[in-house]
Design a protein around this ligand. Structure first.
Ligand SMILES: C[S@@+](CC[C@H](N)C(=O)[O-])C[C@H]1O[C@@H](n2cnc3c(N)ncnc32)[C@H](O)[C@@H]1O
Length: 193
């Protein structure tokens, strides 16, 4: 795993997970046996970071936003509510996916927001205008060929805290919260990479 030297809570947790399996994440330890993720545990982006990520993505009404590893669905919900986007979440944990669906339903957004239980490395991203991610660097690296295959020119990828290796960001910003968060914006070039 490639981690930057600074110690955010997520990085500490990732290290703990690597060392101690799922014991650092009791909620996930009780999750279904189908759960295979060890690289990007369920840690939500703080609200201020979600705001900044979606602002950077420059979403137009009717565009489609994918959150790969959607956690509790907060990015999907804000994309649909604030930007009038359609949103699709892919989440590998059945328990977390169910939580996201419940939040979407409670927000009355089931018509425009879909949560798919599955592996983001298998997802068809053809319709995506914007992809958001909060995953480990190694998972971003595995995901990159898929983004390059599916995303159209002009599509935006916004990554919380972890760069996509091999890509040059259009913009990198820091969002302040209880700790510093870095957000990377990438734009798919006119000719596919
Ligand atoms: C750090 S959390 C981010 C949650 C949300 N995107 C956010 O920013 O608040 C990463 C999420 O990715 C999910 N995940 C990890 N590996 C995955 C995979 N291969 N396919 C789909 N989801 C995955 C985890 O279960 C977790 O919910």
């Amino acid at each position: 795993m490639q981690l930057r030297p600074s110690n955010s809570a997520l990085r500490r947790r990732l290290a703990l997970v690597a060392l101690a399996g799922f014991s650092a994440f009791p909620a996930l330890a009780q999750d279904s046996s189908k759960y295979v993720n060890k690289l990007a545990p369920y840690v939500s982006s703080p609200a201020k970071v979600v705001d900044r990520m979606l602002e950077l993505a420059n979403i137009h009404p009717g565009e489609t936003v994918y959150d790969l590893g959607c956690g509790d669905g907060r990015i999907l919900i804000e994309a649909a509510q604030k930007y009038k986007a359609k949103a699709v979440g892919i989440e590998i944990s059945p328990k977390v996916a169910a939580e996201a669906r419940a939040h979407v339903k409670k927000a009355g957004l089931s018509q425009r927001v879909q949560v798919i239980e599955g592996d983001l490395l298998q997802a068809d991203l053809t319709g995506a205008d914007v992809v958001t991610i909060y995953l480990a660097t190694s998972l971003n690296e595995e995901l990159r060929p898929r983004l390059e295959k599916f995303l159209k020119p002009g599509a935006r990828v916004v990554s919380h805290d972890y760069a996509v290796p091999g890509w040059k960001p259009t913009e990198v910003v820091e969002a302040e919260g209880r700790q510093k968060h870095r957000i990377y914006l990438y734009e798919m070039p006119p000719v596919k990479q």
